[in-house]
Design a protein around this ligand. Structure first.
Ligand code: GDP
Length: 239
């Protein structure tokens, strides 16, 4: 019976129509959301293991299960978000360790999903340097990884979208990679400003065919949106 399946047959996958606030009285939506949130909780309650760091394409782990990569400007809050997601401080420590800032770090979630921590881009650099920064390993990884299901592109809710972010969106388009915008640090933004930010990010997503239409607002500080992000990721995981 579909009753016990994590996703009822025919239900939208997490991340398609997922909303933390289903319409009151809409039992089906509410049940779908609850199931997706539970799937996310279960996925991240399990084992999370550092697999490997890669500084070159020849160091990538053999493609296996589905992968989701996390990308964003330096200081966007990527390490904090990965920690909040997994509840494991060791994860960001690995990624932040000296010498590991220019490499891809792979983490395995119980064999069901691989999280890939990409180097932060754009620290004190001009937009035209994105290509230089991200070409080579980054671009080749993005374009050539058959198991890469989605890139979570992190944008800081407190500050305006920078030319360097727009430039990375273009790069994702060229790499033909599906991506989704995740807003970070929403605790630091007032509700009206956040609503404008979400709309701005959604507009940006609509302008890019490879972008997932749903924007995910999060805060590592308060935990807001973390369960929804877990749910969206569980929608990409095996079984
Ligand atoms: P990374 O360089 O992208 O890995 O960013 P970090 O996770 O190291 O965070 C950069 C800065 O943003 C640090 O000072 C964090 O304390 C701060 N930060 C990260 N997440 C949040 C958040 O959710 N809310 C607030 N207010 N600050 C955050």
């Amino acid at each position: 019976m579909a009753d016990h399946a994590p996703y009822p047959t025919g239900a939208p996958r997490a991340g398609t129509h997922l909303s933390a606030s289903p319409h009151v009285g809409d039992d089906r939506d509410a049940a779908d959301v609850a199931a997706a949130l539970e799937a996310g909780r279960v996925l991240f309650a399990g084992e999370c293991r550092f697999v490997q760091a890669a500084q070159g394409l020849d160091h990538l782990p053999a493609p296996g299960g589905p992968e989701v990569a996390f990308a964003g400007r330096s200081n966007v809050g990527k390490s904090s978000l990965l920690n909040a997601l997994t509840g494991r401080h060791a994860l960001a420590r690995v990624s932040a360790a000296p010498g590991r800032t220019r490499q891809l770090n792979f983490f395995d979630l119980a064999g069901r999903l691989t999280l890939v921590d990409m180097p932060g881009y754009g620290y004190a650099r001009a937009p035209q340097d994105v290509k230089a920064d991200w070409q080579g390993l980054m671009f080749d990884y993005l374009r050539g990884r058959p198991t890469l299901r989605r890139v979570m592109l992190l944008l800081d809710a407190r500050i305006e979208i920078k030319p360097i972010d727009t430039s990375v969106l273009g790069l994702l388009d060229r790499a033909a990679v599906a991506f989704q915008i995740v807003l970070t640090k929403i605790d630091a933004v007032k509700p009206a400003a956040l609503a404008r930010k979400v709309e701005e990010a959604a507009r940006l997503a609509r302008a890019h065919p490879a972008a997932h239409p749903e924007v995910l607002p999060t805060s590592s500080e308060t935990g807001a949106g973390i369960a929804d992000l877990r749910a969206a990721l569980a929608g990409l995981a095996i079984g």
